[in-house]
Ligand binder design. Structure first.
Ligand code: GLN
Length: 500
């Protein structure tokens, strides 16, 4: 490695190799990323909290262990950014909300604990839509994140900060969470790789819940193999999460290394392509499918007949669950407390706190969910939505009886402009039309970059979905696409991103 190499341009794998070869220290790598953050943050605002002291201390400890000849995990010393919805002991965790301003959790989320055990260096906490509600990161109480490809555009959401941190080379890796698309959609809109693992594949302990039956944490990276390595580091059974699956982690790293799709049966979802998708998005998708076919994949069409009801079912199930999950933010236990003057009653303080602490989208969903769960409406709304959910899971089961994976474009359009959909919640919700079905069915999904849309030069993502606990198939197809596109264009999508 040349002494002038820009460490922030390297993949996690290359950084790990350079450290193992003694060419560079984790402190040097970490400092390079902290410098990069300082340079680009005024434009991008991917972070809510940067932790230089904590990061450099973890880096120094990895370097010391390496110098002592210790056998270290594969990613030891590599920096990572973590979405601010995961509890990090002693450092601020706000979920992008004013109501948690100043809250410092007394414990680490399991994902965070695993990251530390893997020797990864946490650079800081990333920006997000408040409590992960949104598709643009504009619903953060701390101001929006901007898309590194075009600073007038949104980076997607709700994990927009984690996506932008990786796309702007402020971190080689990051963690997001995905309840309806919040990892895959921002990955698509920033030209990065983003994965929602199988529901229950990664522990939710310490992940501040939006909708407990849908939430799942997962990796962002600039390459498929990097994402696989981070996925492997955070996955696995956790007795602290009762929905965690007690089974071996799917062989995601081997799959990413193989990238073999010869004979693999690939299904294109008839209901989730073509109409309603931007022509340049559809064109890149079709080209990527041809590429897989040229590598021996067997391409057919499949139906998800109930996919058209997924969005409606999701926007009943999610508000119902979140109205219950967010009841604990009452000014008594965490963060903000308003109007506690010794005169007012506890319930007055609670309502003043919730009025000031929650933004409009959060209030909208709490009200929707409370209504949907109320006596007399429960069966008509929540009960009905749960039945639709079962039908969608069955659709997938039938599709997977015929094919190994199903593909759709990740998002209907490329990144839109800041403010464009802010006053129209339904237009915002429609962004997740292709990603929500996987959350409802509990199956894994990946967005992999497949080039730029002709009409606007912005990145396009292709979504791969597989049966539960077959996460490795995502990496197999993702790696095949990544390699095929490099053969075709000579570089990956993210390498076309403008220099900030
Ligand atoms: N955009 C979707 C929503 O607003 C998904 C959010 C998420 O996955 N956290 O609910």
């Amino acid at each position: 490695m040349s002494p002038t190499a820009d460490l922030t341009r390297l993949s996690a794998l290359d950084l790990a190799a350079a450290m193992a070869a003694g060419e560079v220290s984790s402190v040097e790598i970490t400092q390079a990323h902290l410098d990069r953050i300082e340079a680009v943050e005024p434009k991008v605002h991917a972070f809510l909290h940067v932790d230089p002291e904590g990061a450099l201390a973890s880096a120094a400890s990895v370097d010391a262990r390496r110098a002592a000849g210790e056998d270290l995990p594969a990613l030891a010393g590599v920096p990572v950014a973590v979405k601010d919805v995961l509890a990090t002991r002693g450092t601020p965790t706000t979920c992008g909300s004013a109501i948690l301003r100043g809250w410092r959790p007394p414990y680490d989320a399991t994902v965070v604990r695993k990251i530390r055990e893997a020797g990864l260096v946490i650079l800081g906490k990333t920006n997000m839509d408040e409590f992960a509600m949104g598709s643009s990161t504009e619903h953060s109480a701390y101001g929006p994140t901007r898309n590194p490809w075009d600073l007038e555009r949104i980076p997607g959401g709700s994990s927009g900060g984690s996506a932008a941190a990786v796309a702007s080379y402020s971190a080689p890796l990051s963690i997001g969470t995905d309840t309806g698309g919040s990892i895959r959609q921002p990955a698509a809109l920033t030209g990065t790789v983003g994965v929602k693992p199988t529901y229950g594949g990664v522990s939710r302990y310490g992940l501040v819940a939006l909708a407990s039956s849908l939430d799942q944490a997962g990796p962002f990276a600039r390459t498929v193999l990097d994402a696989a390595m981070l996925h492997e580091a955070i996955a696995g059974h956790d007795p602290l999460d009762s929905t965690s699956i007690d089974a071996a982690v799917p062989p995601v790293v081997e799959a990413a290394l193989s990238g073999d799709v010869d004979g693999m049966r690939i299904g294109l979802v008839r209901q989730l392509r073509g109409e309603g998708f931007q022509p340049g998005v559809q064109a890149r998708f079709d080209e990527a499918v041809d590429l897989l076919a040229s590598k021996g994949a067997i391409v057919t069409e499949v139906d998800l007949p109930h996919a058209e009801y997924a969005l409606a079912a999701y926007y009943l199930i999610l508000p119902s669950e979140c109205s219950s999950n967010l009841a604990k933010f009452d000014g008594m236990r965490f963060g903000l407390r308003v109007g506690d003057d010794g005169q007012r009653s506890a319930s007055e303080v609670m309502s003043l706190t919730r009025d000031e602490g929650f933004g409009p989208e959060v209030k909208r969903r709490i009200m929707l969910g409370t209504y949907a769960l109320s006596k007399g409406y429960y069966d008509a709304y929540y009960g009905q939505a749960q039945k639709v959910r079962t039908l969608i899971a069955r659709d997938f089961a039938e599709a997977f009886a015929r094919v190994d994976v199903v593909l759709t474009p990740t998002a209907p359009t490329t990144a839109f402009r800041l403010g464009e959909k802010l006053d129209d919640p339904v237009a915002m919700y429609l962004n997740d039309i292709a990603t929500i079905p996987a959350n409802l069915a509990g199956i894994p999904g990946m967005s992999v970059p497949v080039g730029l849309a002709a009409e606007d030069g912005l990145p396009v993502g292709l979504q791969i979905m597989a049966p539960a606990m077959a996460d490795d198939r995502l990496y197999q197809v993702g790696a095949a696409l990544e390699a095929g596109l490099v053969e075709l264009y000579g570089h990956t999508t993210i390498e076309e991103a403008p220099q900030l």
